[in-house]
Design a protein around this ligand. Structure first.
Ligand SMILES: *Cc1c(COP(=O)(O)O)cnc(C)c1O
Length: 406
């Protein structure tokens, strides 16, 4: 048997993971967040709600997603054996559908009419538009005008799904302005609208709620991995933007102290300000978007510009539970550069026939560094958070020559 050590159930009643999380919001928002918390805690223990969600995970998303042993890649690298949890095979192609369905179903049960959110590259927008179409809710997605131009296919997808895409023309016309506009739109009518946050971030109860909707990833993987190998994995690896796919994989294993966990942040083009989004590696505690976490910030507490080749990872904050797991050293947070990410993107494509999302390729790249340092008895389970179809045109255009594509 494996050794287990029980960690305290988190967050606490006020939404804190150690010193992180909580609610740093204007007073009028407190009763609204209280209402969402109460509804969530009610439906969390409602067998009908849980059955409905489990049925959708199975019949609509296609869960359980498989665990796959990368025989070719492992043999080529030598050392530890690499396995993938295939969230890329979910309907819509990534893990985000897990929490979007949860949030949409909760909003519906709460009697809301409309679900709203911002989106950057459009991945959260598309997953939410999908969930809204399914459960029968109106959907408003706020998107910076620059991103509307850049991410045309996702804009079209959302519109086909019946979502209202609202271009935001303030400031730099990108994600930050979209967050502000979505928030403004939300507070105008919190009675009929539900703000669906796209990761384990934001004020309490969102980090808890989104984690709970994602933890199915690790629960399935644990059972599948035990069934395949008779043991727990020695190492878990997942990329970290806000941290939802990583916490989804980690949660079921947190008490298994022998299982090492690695969260992978993007070091982008280097550790100069604006060249990376290595929040847990280089940030300091601060407040962003209503919660406390490690934050890349200037001397006045304003978020610094961030960058990654993977647009799903370029957030200057990070989930409060990850901030806590770093401090108690339960998870080790490491970095991977753009160029190692691209190598991993092509390596997985060419050895296993699986094109990973650029976000997920960060986790694959770290596993590729770890494997040669392990024995062939040791294992690495990587969360392959999404598929790379969305990234192929960009990669071919910018890096095709280097990798013999164009
Ligand atoms: C959005 C996204 C991420 C980053 O979000 P987390 O909340 O950190 O998981 C990672 N992978 C894929 C494929 C994504 O779409």
């Amino acid at each position: 048997m494996h050794r287990a050590r029980k960690l305290e159930p988190l967050p606490d009643r006020d939404g804190y993971f150690g010193q992180y999380g909580g609610r740093f919001v204007p007073d009028p928002l407190i009763p609204i967040l209280d209402e969402i918390t109460a509804a969530y805690l009610h439906f969390k223990d409602d067998p009908n709600f849980q059955r409905e969600l489990r049925d959708l995970y199975r019949d609509y998303v296609g869960r359980p997603s498989p665990v796959y042993f990368c025989r070719n890649l492992s043999a080529k690298l030598g050392g530890g054996r690499i396995y993938l949890k295939r969230e890329d095979l979910n309907h819509t192609g990534a893990h985000k559908i897990n929490h979007c369905l949860g949030e949409a179903l909760l909003a519906k049960k709460m009697g809301k009419k409309k679900i709203i959110a911002e989106t950057g590259a459009g991945q959260h927008g598309v997953a939410l538009a999908t969930a809204a179409a399914l459960v029968g809710l109106e959907c408003d997605i706020y998107m910076g005008e620059v991103d509307v131009e850049k991410e045309h296919p996702n804009v079209v997808r959302m519109k086909i799904l019946g979502t209202n895409v609202i271009p935001v023309c303030d400031g730099l016309k990108t994600l930050k302005e979209a967050v502000d506009a979505a928030f403004e739109g939300y507070v105008k009518d919190p009675v009929n609208q539900f703000y669906a946050i796209g990761s384990v971030v934001g004020p309490h109860p969102f980090p808890m709620m989104v984690r709970d909707f994602q933890k199915i990833v690790g629960e399935e993987a644990k059972e599948q991995f035990l069934g395949m190998t008779g043991r727990l994995p020695n190492n878990l690896v997942a990329c970290v933007g806000g941290g939802s796919n990583a916490i989804g994989l980690f949660t079921a294993f947190l008490d298994d102290i022998a299982v090492k966990m690695y969260g992978v942040e993007p070091s982008g083009v280097g550790f100069n300000a604006g060249g990376h989004a290595a929040t847990l590696t280089l940030g300091t505690p601060g407040v962003i978007h209503g919660f406390k976490c490690y934050l890349l910030q200037d001397s006045e507490g304003r978020p610094l510009p961030v960058y990654s080749i993977a647009s799903g990872l370029d957030y200057p904050g990070v989930g409060p539970q990850h901030s806590y797991l770093k401090d108690i050293k339960r998870v080790q947070y490491v970095t991977i550069s753009d160029s190692d990410t691209l190598d991993a993107f092509f390596e997985l494509s060419r050895t296993e026939g699986i094109i990973p999302a650029l976000e997920s390729a960060h986790a694959v790249a770290y596993a590729m560094k770890l494997a040669p340092r392990l024995t062939s008895n040791e294992t690495i389970l990587v969360n392959l958070s999404g598929r790379g179809d969305k990234d192929i045109d960009y990669v071919a255009r910018k890096y095709g020559q280097e990798y013999g594509v164009e």
